[in-house]
Design a protein around this ligand. Structure first.
Ligand code: NAP
Length: 269
């Protein structure tokens, strides 16, 4: 999606992948501006090291404890994080809703992406925030953090059992899957399918495959459902805006991303 965006805006440059070993991350990051780079995305496992390596960090990235976008300017490194803002934009574009108006149930709240979404939803003061995670200790810790960060947000924890989810889903508007379950067709179902209904929006952050079991189950029961591509797209647009200080060419990025995702899906079939 980035190379079509650069072409669309007439920016002479390329988006390339650079593989860096953990022990060499900071040195590599500091070498990039001299090599002509404007900025970079940072992915697993370097997002935490990136927070320590940058000269300036935006408050949301500091709260999340992770940086995934770096801009190089006047010899300084500026770090930010697009996870939460990308989620909000995707929600707005795909379902026409704002997180603050919703009762949200988040599966996988203890992972990296889940934590980012939970913090963003708490900061937005969503109407209800229900956290679910396989490892209970992680969401208990996150809940303590959220109460300190966003007083009044009142996050709740629900155990990952069929009965507990069935009961919770009766008073939920948006279900978010932030676990890696769904990437393998043999994965168990995330939630009891019969508890999904027309009153639900489902946001599956997985984008490979494009149609997960959760999405199929949700649509069969009349819910509206999207995969993780929209969040990826909007995260990309936020990075582009961060690097170039101009609006991202969203449609060029969307068609680049959808083309790449479809080709990948075809390849793995
Ligand atoms: P992560 O930090 O490794 O977290 C994985 C999460 O999945 C944890 O909550 C983990 O629970 C849970 N999990 C893993 N296996 C499970 C199982 N068998 N049963 C129940 N829960 C299980 O990974 P991440 O970086 O947050 O990524 C999570 C997913 O989000 C991936 O599919 C990734 O591709 C997607 N993602 C999408 C976007 C996007 O733009 N669309 C952005 C970021 C991530 P425990 O805490 O109990 O281990």
């Amino acid at each position: 999606m980035m190379n079509p965006a650069l072409r669309e805006c007439g920016i002479g440059g390329r988006y390339v992948r650079v593989r860096v070993e953990a022990g060499e991350f900071e040195e590599a990051l500091r070498l990039l501006p001299a090599a002509g780079f404007t900025g970079t995305n940072v992915t697993i496992p370097h997002k935490f090291a990136a927070l320590r390596a940058v000269d300036e960090v935006d408050p949301l990235a500091l709260t999340l404890g992770a940086v995934n976008t770096v801009r190089f300017e006047n010899g300084r490194l500026w770090g930010s994080n697009s996870d939460g803002p990308g989620f909000l934009r995707a929600l707005r574009e795909s379902f026409g809703v704002e997180a603050r108006d919703l009762r949200i149930l988040l599966l996988g709240a203890g992972g990296g992406a889940g934590r980012a979404v939970a913090i963003q939803c708490a900061l937005e003061r969503c109407r209800r925030l229900v956290l679910v995670n396989r490892t209970a200790a992680k969401v208990e810790e996150l809940c303590r953090e959220l109460r300190a960060l966003a007083p009044g947000a009142e996050p709740e924890i629900v155990a990952w059992t069929g009965d507990a989810l069935r009961e919770a889903l009766g008073t939920i508007d948006l279900i978010v899957n932030a676990t890696s379950l769904g990437m393998d067709p043999a994965d168990p179902p995330l939630a009891p399918a019969e508890a999904l209904g027309r009153n639900h929006c489902v946001f599956d952050m997985v984008y490979k495959p494009l149609r997960t079991r959760l999405i199929c189950d949700a649509e069969l029961r009349g819910a509206r459902a999207i995969n993780g591509l929209s969040m990826l797209l909007h995260q990309g647009a936020i990075s582009f805006e961060t690097w170039f200080g101009r609006e991202a060419p969203l449609e060029a990025m969307r068609s680049g991303l959808e083309g790449a995702a479809a080709a990948l899906e075809e390849e793995t079939r």
